[in-house]
Design a protein around this ligand. Structure first.
Ligand code: NAD
Length: 245
């Protein structure tokens, strides 16, 4: 592992354009559970509550679970050392973009500025009729469902539900960054969610070295990963930082 960490740091320092592609695993140590696996959210909740078609017909029912998952459980989550190392890498010019599948806002809270949120952000709520966007802090979630101040329509969390398209800007910025990448870190992703999982694959096709951080193997590992730093994100990123800075 030590040799792999040293080798990874050397490659990152030489790179002119490094990106990080992050998934639910990077936030596990912040207390945000992933969807899948032993402690995954889908063992407890029915994914239907995040299906756009179902939600549009049953917003009142869905909002009870949405509030519990995203606004009660996740409310106190703070960036962990893995998020903080990525922010420091960006400040020091060693990281040019974060492309995240996460909707927890933790990369921004850690201090990263160049973040492409492929699946949106749970801290914002949107009116599907007039498209007004509210910060969750402005909205009273005690009485459900939350309504738009302009037209009384039900607000929807501004992250994508199953059956929704990827936000256009995040999509094009993410793939543009992948095409330029000389190094792509993949942190805490199974690689099973498309089209997000194409981002590191495009980076690889464009010549990037792929460094993966995950305690388990993912669908990327045998296909595109060059260096697998096996371990939890915060532990591995802290050790990587010691080699980088
Ligand atoms: P996933 O839930 O499918 O898989 C999580 C991955 O993280 C697994 O490969 C697992 O081995 C790894 N992992 C677990 N603990 C880890 C740790 N401490 N350090 C590093 N890796 C660890 O995640 P996914 O591939 O990102 O896809 C799930 C989808 O669910 C995403 O599209 C995302 O939008 C959404 N999601 C987001 C959040 C969040 O915002 N934090 C949480 C749950 C799900």
């Amino acid at each position: 592992m030590d040799l792999l960490l040293k080798e990874s740091a050397k490659i990152i320092k030489k790179s002119n354009y490094t990106i990080a592609f992050t998934g639910a695993g990077i936030s596990v140590e912040s207390g945000v559970p992933p969807f899948r696996g032993e402690h995954g959210l889908w063992n407890k909740y029915n994914p239907e509550v995040l299906d756009l078609g179902y939600y549009l017909d049953h917003a009142d029912e869905c909002w009870v679970y949405i509030r519990e998952i995203f606004y009660d459980f996740f409310a106190d989550a703070k960036p962990n050392p893995a998020h903080l190392v990525l922010a420091e890498m960006e400040q020091k010019g060693l990281l040019q973009a974060v492309i995240t599948q996460n909707i927890d806002n933790l990369h921004y809270e850690a201090g990263n500025k160049m973040v492409h949120e492929f699946h949106g952000n749970s801290k914002k709520l949107k009116c599907l009729k007039c498209e007004a966007v509210y910060d969750v802090s402005e909205v009273d979630l005690k009485s459900l469902p939350p309504k738009c101040k302009n037209d009384g329509e039900i607000l929807k969390p501004d992250f994508i539900f199953f059956g929704e398209g990827i936000p256009h800007e995040a999509y094009s910025n993410s793939f543009a960054a992948a095409e330029k990448a000389e190094v792509c870190l993949i942190i805490g992703s199974t690689g099973e969610v498309t089209p997000a999982s194409y981002v590191p694959r495009i980076a690889k096709q464009s010549g990037a070295t792929i460094i993966e951080i995950n305690p388990e193997e993912s669908s990327f590992t045998s296909q595109i990963t060059d260096i697998h730093l096996k371990g939890k994100a915060s532990e591995v990123m802290t050790k990587l930082a010691a080699e980088l800075f």
